[in-house]
Design a protein around this ligand. Sequence first.
Ligand SMILES: Nc1ncnc2c1ncn2[C@@H]1O[C@H](COP(=O)(O)OP(=O)(O)O)[C@@H](O)[C@H]1O
Ligand SMILES: [Mg+2]
Length: 163
Amino acid sequence: MERSGTGARLIIVCGLPSSGKTTLAKALESRLRAVRFCPDEWMDALSLHLYDEERRGKIEALQWKFARELLALGLTVIIEWGTWGRSERDALRLGARALGAAVELHYLSAPADVLFERIQRRGLEKPPIERDALSRWFETFQEPTPEEMALFDKPLIADLTSS
Ligand SMILES: Nc1ncnc2c1ncn2[C@@H]1O[C@H](COP(=O)(O)OP(=O)(O)O)[C@@H](O)[C@H]1O
Ligand SMILES: [Mg+2]
């Protein structure tokens, strides 16, 4: 059976590009004094191409290694990788629980047209993400079901506009 600890907490922020993961993760980071792991920021700092999936995978593996070390120390960690697949989210949840940590899942979504408009306005990816690619990604993305959400702990901060 999965078990939640008291201090250590993993917060997973999940969603497609421009769904608002980094925006939410930064707000939670400062409110909860957490350590935030964003692959895009590391890739940018290392002058890597944001579409380099092989190196992105290696960076995420490295971030997960550090994240587990921090969780073992009883800290709060935020992972904002996108986590498009259920199996990826399962692995994070079970890995964190094995360390005695609580685990939250925050899922962000918006219609494709809204995401596409934000992607263009933000101008982070070069070349920009194409509309067709975004439509395909909607098919690939495994939206968390209520049954999956129920496997996670109650968020410490569910609504940033409150309190
Ligand atoms: N809830 C929101 N409503 C409107 N715009 C948002 C919202 N969240 C984020 N944005 C804007 O959308 C863009 C993408 O947000 P970001 O947090 O970088 O997304 P992600 O990290 O998921 O790619 C940014 O320009 C951000 O200011
Ligand atoms: Mg981001």
